[in-house]
Structures are given as C-alpha cells and as structure tokens.
Design a protein. Structure first.
Length: 470
C-alpha cells in the first residue's frame, strides 16, 4: 500500500473510532430532557432528528444497540465493508438516499439483474431459450393469479394468500415436475425474496401496494453505513445519540409531557417519535401507558414481519464465472428457496466473495443452524455447479435478523388479510405527543431505506406543527 493511501485510511479509522467513542461516552446521559425524544437510531430516527435539530429543537435519540444505523449495518470483520442489512438503493431516480449519496460523495454501483446465470439442480446451466421459456410460464402464471384476484374482488370474496391462489390455477398449466420446480424458483426469487415472506403468508389482494422510484438499483461498494455517518456528521447529531439505552416503558399520560424509562435512566420530552421495527412492536417489547389504541394494535397484528438472511462466503480465490460479467448466480434447488440466489461480490469489490440469500422459512431455517452447518449446507450446491475441487471458504458471516431482539425480522410485508390501510394506521399519531416512523409506517415505500428515511421527515414535520414551531 502506498504511504499516502495508508495515512488516509489510518485517519479514516481514527475518525470512525472517535465517533464510536463519542457515542459510547453518551451512554451515561447528562441531559435527560429534550423537546423531542426519538426511539431508535436507524435511518428513520436519524432523519427525524436531523430535521428537528435543523429547526432548533433539542433532541435525544435513544438507541438500544451499541451501534447506530438499525437495519443498516456494515460489517468490516472480513477486512472489507459488507452490508448485513440494507444493501441497495431501490430506484435511484429522485430517490432521497441517492441524493444523500451524491451530497456525501459516496460511490454507488448499479446491479444488472439481467447479468445472471441460472443452474438446474444437477448443476447444468439453463440455455437462453430455456430461461425465456421459464419466465414466459411465470408471466402466464402471474396473469392467472391476477385474474383470480380480480374475480374474488368483483365477487366480494375475502383475501387469500398467493399460495392458495397458486394452488387454484397451477393445474390449468399442465406442468411436469421439472417445469413446476422452475416455476417455484421464479416465485421464490421474484416474490418471496422481494417481500421476505413465503407465498402462504403474502396477501394476494394487497402484496404490491408500494410505489417505486425509477432507475437502477445501486449497491454501496464501501458500505451503506456511509449514509448513516454522513447524516450524523452533517447535522452534528453525535452528542444527541445515546447508545445502550433499551427502552422499557413509554408513558404518554402525563400532563407535563412524555416519560420514557430505559434500562439506564428516565427521560422526559414534549413529544416522542417511535421508530421501533414492526417485529419489536409485535413482540410488545416496549410497554405504552396508556396502551396503544386498539386500531393501531390490530394493524400491528395484521401486518407481517419478514425474514431475509444473508451469508457472505470468502474464498481463497475467485473460481466462478470467469468472464467477470455475471452479477447474479441462481440455482433451482431441490428444496424450494434454499440457496436459490447469489450475488457475485467479486464484480463489485474484486474480492473472492459470494453472497447467498435465504428468505421466509429458509431464512428462519438458517437461524437454527450453526456456522459449520451453514457451510455444509451451502457448499454441495456450489460444488454441483463448479465442481468438487472448489476450495472451502476461508471465512463467512451469516445474519440472523429474526433472532435480533431489536429487530425481530428484516422488514415488513402485507400478510393475508392485511392492507395498505394498516401501514397508514401505524403511521397515525396518538394525540399530539406520540408519533410513529419507520419503514412499516410508509404506505408508499414500505420495506425500504428510502421509505424509512421519508417517514422520519414526515413525522418531524408533524411534531413541528404539534409543538407550534412552524
């Protein structure tokens, strides 16, 4: 490494270390009252805090973890930044996260989902014509499912799951076992991975209510956490963030304001913005006094919290896809959804890394495995594709989002019987004191970082009106 580059990287590490130290030093709070307290230092909480601080309000952000960022989590244990939570800016055109990346001079790299190769269970690649035939069947199936949806709505019949609708039409397609396994692969990667839920959990009526930004999906080669850092640095929020503060109770019945009790202290504010993930709300990990309105509790119960887990494998050398152009590696697994989708991280980092995804029940299954069992589960599939002589991974990292007590899942989805109205209900304020932000409160952009970010801005504006600061 050149001396100048070494000094530059050393300074960056020192700065990061200083920021981490600054946040950890605030874990024993000196200030226990603010105009607004924000529960959670994820992107929703940070965007709300920035907007309130910019308007001159005093803010305290309470974060249960030792780190900030929430479900944005960049890990450096394999000697390069790897995102264990959010990975992509979904649609870069007019997307606020892309705008932040540009503002902070953060590099992003587009993913071309068409630069992919699909393999059968025997390790043989599908030809272009076979691939086209598969997705033509998928398009046919999709049309049949949407017709089921249309007819059920026209007849005022209740919502059903994707799986129930699939079971009702699949026989019309007269598929053999191979074609059926191919179709299940497409459903897994196109739907289940997108919504982090199994077909039998997803609402047929309301699964796709979100609004999308146009443009490519872009990764952060140097980590999504740069967005979090940029927000904190640009707004001077560091001293307002208290880590290791596990919120236990939120009492919004008091005449003087809201009282929040954590595992370390008691805080008071005129208003509170709650950015707890849907999974945490579902688990009732935080007690509210009085209890949240019944309509909000029902919305929390109806919505689903999905699971999408990642496993990064680092190898001693780059043995796959020697042309260097393939970005996505797909496999029709013998077990639906098991290691069906891989991202070729060599394309982005020039490091011998593969990233495997498992969603829904397969994502939950991963969480029950030991690290050794995960390697033993994945390697036979890679060996089937690339040969028995491929090397073993030298290191790996696996996420377990459903087991994380401060997330209890990856992101929300609309379960059977739920609707976009449940997102809207969850976003409603309770009186003029209790406000809610986070991806599960975004009816336009749920399950996305930009949705969470915009929800923080939305609630900050509500608070400013409630406190008569605008």
């Amino acid at each position: 490494m050149r001396r100048r580059e070494f000094i530059k990287q050393s300074l960056q590490l020192l700065i990061l270390g200083y920021l981490d130290k600054a946040w950890s030093l605030t874990a024993t709070p000196q200030q226990q009252h603010a105009d607004v307290i924000i529960i959670g230092a994820g992107i929703a909480g940070l965007s709300a805090a920035k907007n309130l601080k910019d308007k001159g309000l005093s803010v305290i952000v309470l974060e249960a973890r030792e780190r900030i960022g929430g479900r944005i989590w960049t890990d450096n244990s394999l000697d390069l930044p790897l995102d264990l939570g959010a990975s992509w800016i979904h649609g870069i055109n007019k997307n606020p996260i892309k705008q932040l990346a540009d503002q902070f001079h953060i590099k992003t790299s587009p993913t071309n989902y068409n630069a992919s190769q699909l393999y059968r269970t025997n390790g043989k690649p599908l030809s272009d014509s076979e691939d086209q035939r598969l997705y033509k069947r998928y398009d046919t199936l999709y049309s049949l499912l949407m017709e089921v949806k249309r007819l059920r709505k026209a007849q005022h019949l209740p919502d059903i799951s994707w799986q129930q609708a699939f079971d009702s039409v699949v026989n019309k397609m007269q598929l053999d076992a191979v074609a059926l396994s191919e179709l299940y692969f497409a459903l897994n990667t196109e739907v289940e991975h997108e919504y982090a839920a199994d077909l039998n959990q997803l609402s047929l009526f309301n699964w796709d209510v979100e609004t999308s930004f146009r443009g490519s999906d872009n990764l952060f080669p140097n980590g999504y956490y740069q967005i979090v850092e940029g927000l904190v640095k640009s707004s001077g929020l560091g001293s307002s963030i208290l880590t290791n503060q596990v919120v236990q109770t939120v009492d919004y019945s008091r005449i003087s304001g809201v009282e929040i009790t954590t595992n370390q202290a008691v805080f008071e504010a005129s208003a509170v913005i709650v950015t707890l993930p849907l999974g945490v709300l579902k688990a009732n990990s935080v007690e509210f006094f009085p209890s949240l309105p019944k309509t909000k509790q029902q919305a929390v119960a109806r919505l689903g919290m999905g699971v999408l887990n990642k496993t990064y494998f680092r190898f001693p050398d780059y043995f796959w896809q020697q042309d260097g152009r393939t970005q996505i590696i797909n496999s029709i697994s013998a077990v639906k959804g098991r290691w069906a989708e891989w991202l070729n991280f060599y394309y982005y980092t020039r490091q011998p890394l593969l990233l495997g995804f498992n969603a829904g029940r397969q994502g939950l299954a991963i969480e029950e495995m030991s690290n050794r069992e995960i390697i033993d589960d994945a390697m036979p599939l890679l060996s089937q594709i690339y040969g028995d002589n491929i090397p073993s991974p030298t290191a790996h990292i696996t996420t377990r989002w459903a087991s994380d007590p401060f997330a209890l899942g990856s992101y929300s989805y609309i379960a059977t019987g739920a609707s976009v109205g449940d997102y809207q209900e969850l976003a409603k304020a309770v009186g003029q004191r209790l406000f809610f932000a986070g991806e599960a409160t975004s009816s336009d952009h749920p399950a996305t970082v930009h949705g969470a970010f915009l929800s923080g801005v939305r609630e900050a504006n509500k608070v400013l009106v409630a406190l008569r600061k605008v």
